[in-house]
Ligand binder design. Structure first.
Ligand code: PLP
Length: 390
């Protein structure tokens, strides 16, 4: 005897996963032995630096690290985060109340609304965006209010177009600069404007700062928390994933307004049991590493960016040069939807690009290309694209 199983209404409310078809097409092409150049996933191909691996190897052998971890993170880790934020951004944080280590920033971002958003509360979410802002809001029963990001506004929300009634009922605002998927950046004055809106309408801010350490041409991305008044209204999420090529390790942190940190800590205390302690010790090694490593790595991405953008320009595809993140966000150069274009490019050339619509309706008309493959593969991708589009 069996009975039907229904997904919860909460899960049913999640938007469809728009990359399913493309993933299946990618698997099929791989199965047919096609030489795939994957510009689709934002996952660094460069290895985790050696001192971090050495710290993990040492810590993994110590039985004291094999037990449940403290769910607020090791005090030494919170202090290393405090120092890093101070040295990098000049931001002062209380390691006991204003910093919370996470099992990767994604889990923190997705769990945050459970601690702060009540059913029917409005949450302002950029469109296009990293998908957990939307799914985390929906899991908490909140209402997603999209803030479209347009090229003419530098892919930053135009708060002057948001209705007063919406601002009045909004509880939380998600922001993300340097931005995934658009590669856009924000100047300090943009954060000041957001803080002003937040104060006037009592809207908490959640700034996702996953890409602050990937920047080019001497540009230095700002932490939202550097701006006056930020810590009174918001929380910021950092990730060691992209900064130190540690995506698989699962370590990041939240910092900022203490009640927001406390709300997230309370949710997490009921859901997980902390970060593997050996990974926390490896995280300390990462945060203490010389910035020269980051700069060396950024020069590699910068070269790749110049190759890809230069190659696309030569075939007549005008795309902007990002000054941070490792994404090139390009307008679809032919009369096709982003999904059709991505499938067509994959079938014709073996190149995987991500359709912009997967990040929200306003991403339609664009594709995202990640600079996470070596130079020779980027050159090969440009050759293949020239044959197709040139
Ligand atoms: N935020 C943004 C904008 C991202 O693109 C990603 C990963 O792709 C994350 C957060 C999550 O990073 P992690 O959970 O690995 O720390």
């Amino acid at each position: 005897m069996t009975f039907p199983i229904q997904f919860s209404d909460r899960v049913k409310r999640l938007p469809p996963y728009l990359f399913v078809e493309l993933d299946a097409a990618k698997r099929r092409a791989k199965g047919q032995g096609k030489d795939i150049i994957d510009l689709g996933v934002g996952d660094p191909d460069l290895p985790t630096p050696a001192p971090i691996i050495a710290a993990l190897a040492k810590a993994a052998k110590d039985p004291r690290n094999h037990r449940y971890a403290l769910d607020q993170g090791l005090p030494e880790l919170r202090r290393a985060i405090q120092r890093w934020c101070h040295d990098r951004f000049g931001v002062s944080l209380d390691p006991d109340q204003e910093i919370l280590p996470l099992i990767g920033s994604k889990e923190g971002i997705a769990h945050l609304p459970l601690g702060l958003v009540n059913p029917k509360d409005a949450v302002l979410v950029p469109d296009p965006c990293y998908p957990p802002y939307r799914s985390g809001t929906l899991f908490a029963g909140g209402e997603v209010v999209s803030l479209p990001l347009f090229e003419e506004n530098g892919f930053r929300p135009d708060f002057s177009t948001v209705k007063r009634a919406t601002l009045k009922k909004a509880k939380l605002l998600f922001l993300n600069y340097p931005n995934n998927p658009t590669g856009a950046t924000a100047d300090p004055s943009f954060f000041d404007e957001a803080i002003d809106i937040s104060r006037r309408h009592r809207i908490m801010i959640c700034h996702d700062a996953a890409y602050t350490e990937i920047a080019f041409d001497g540009f230095r991305p700002t932490s939202f928390l550097e701006r006056p008044g930020a810590k009174a209204v918001g929380i910021e999420f950092h990730s060691l994933s992209k900064s130190y090529n540690m995506t698989g390790w699962r370590i990041g942190f939240a910092c900022g307004r203490r009640e927001m940190v406390a709300a997230l800590a309370k949710v997490k205390a009921n859901i997980d049991s902390g970060i593997f302690q050996a990974v926390q010790l490896a995280g300390i090694a990462a945060l203490r590493m010389s910035r020269l490593e980051i700069e060396k790595r950024n020069r590699i991405y910068e070269e790749r960016r110049d190759l890809l953008v230069g190659g696309l320009h030569r075939l007549g595809w005008r795309v902007p040069k990002p000054r941070a993140s490792f994404y090139v966000w390009a307008r679809v150069p032919v009369k096709r939807s982003s999904g059709d274009f991505a499938k067509w490019v994959l079938n014709q050339t073996g190149i995987v690009v991500t359709p912009g619509v997967g990040f929200g309706p306003s991403g339609e008309g664009y594709v995202r290309m990640a600079l996470t493959v070596p130079k020779q593969r980027i050159e090969e991708a440009c050759r293949r694209l020239r044959k197709l589009l040139g």
